[in-house]
Design a protein around this ligand. Structure first.
Ligand code: ADP
Length: 296
């Protein structure tokens, strides 16, 4: 299995505050991964480290086995769209596509022009006059024209309305399905991610909380409803991630190796959104206080 992005004990500090700490994760090539967490969790910091814009203060990040900070020759392989799609607003989309051709050795200008034409984005209007959704599409088209092996998108849909978000994510999926591109996409719009992503990284308070393929993470967790739980071990349950109680009843979100065959408990499947919210409920991974990564 080829690894597109690997972090080992990765950390970045501003003064005494760690923006990202002890971050260890693998992102296999070919995945569309969601990077999820509240504001200030460290998502942008991780993406900036991955593209080589920041130097780690601890540990290492590797893109296809190389450190992006020390190997600028990796840059052509990485597409990056920063938050708020910063484009030269006085340029037209057509001019930006032409400019990209001059700045990049490998450049598929036809791909960008075709995408923009399909989306009905006027090529000769200054980008500053386009809508937020159209600007996001221009930024994505430019990033895809590099034909990157890894595409990093920092909250690409945050400023878009629901329809524009859906169109953007659908067109993203369509274009990466045709290529070999691995995508890491930060967002806190959970419902959108469920449709698009097959891999998940949850960050909270500078630390990784949960990493793995979405299907395995969802299968590996259950919601149990039963009599008020006193903390006694439940057969088949490896950890209680989150518990809520009424006087007589407990609802537990648990990690489990398989079905929990205990007549006291009613078992329910969890959604990706349930999982993310359970792991984000506070700044620490409950039960073990270490991140949980699905074994590679
Ligand atoms: P997110 O993208 O998840 O919102 P960030 O990676 O932007 O989070 O920020 C993580 C933490 O690092 C926050 O507490 C933020 O205030 C801090 N931080 C980010 N960039 C800087 C900076 N240039 N100087 C000081 N602190 C920063």
């Amino acid at each position: 299995m080829e690894i597109a992005l690997e972090a080992q004990g990765l950390g970045k500090r501003y003064g005494k505050t760690w923006a990202l700490r002890d971050c260890s994760l693998h992102l296999p090539a070919g995945r569309i991964a969601a990077l999820v967490g509240p504001n200030g969790a460290g998502k942008s910091t991780l993406l900036h480290l991955a593209v080589g814009l920041l130097r780690p203060d601890a540990g290492a990040v590797r893109i296809f086995g190389e450190s992006p900070y020390d190997n600028p020759e990796l840059l052509p392989e990485i597409g990056f769209v920063a938050q708020d799609t910063p484009l030269y607003r006085d340029f037209t989309a057509a001019e930006l596509v032409a400019l990209g051709g001059r700045l990049n050795r490998r450049w598929d200008g036809a791909l960008a022009r075709n995408r923009l034409a399909q989306l009905g984005i006027p090529p000769n209007l200054r980008v500053g006059k386009l809508s937020g959704g159209q600007r996001a599409q221009v930024a994505l088209a430019l990033a895809l024209a590099k034909r990157p092996l890894l595409l990093l998108l920092d909250e690409p849909v945050a400023s878009l309305d629901p329809l524009a978000r859906r169109e953007f994510l659908q067109s993203l999926m369509g274009s990466v399905a045709e290529s070999e591109t691995t995508v890491l996409l930060s967002s806190h719009l959970l419902a959108d991610l469920e449709r698009v992503c097959d891999y998940l990284v949850v960050l909270n308070a500078a630390r990784v909380q949960l990493v793995g393929p979405v299907d395995e993470l969802v299968e590996g967790h259950r919601r149990l409803v039963g009599p008020r739980h006193d903390g006694a071990p439940i057969p088949g349950v490896t950890a209680v991630v989150r518990a809520s109680h009424t006087a007589r009843q407990s609802t537990l979100l648990v990690r489990a190796d398989g079905p929990v065959h205990d007549p006291d408990w009613t078992e329910q499947d969890v959604t990706l959104e349930d999982l993310i919210l359970a792991y984000l409920a506070d700044g620490e991974t409950p039960a073990s206080h270490t991140a949980w990564e699905v074994p590679a």
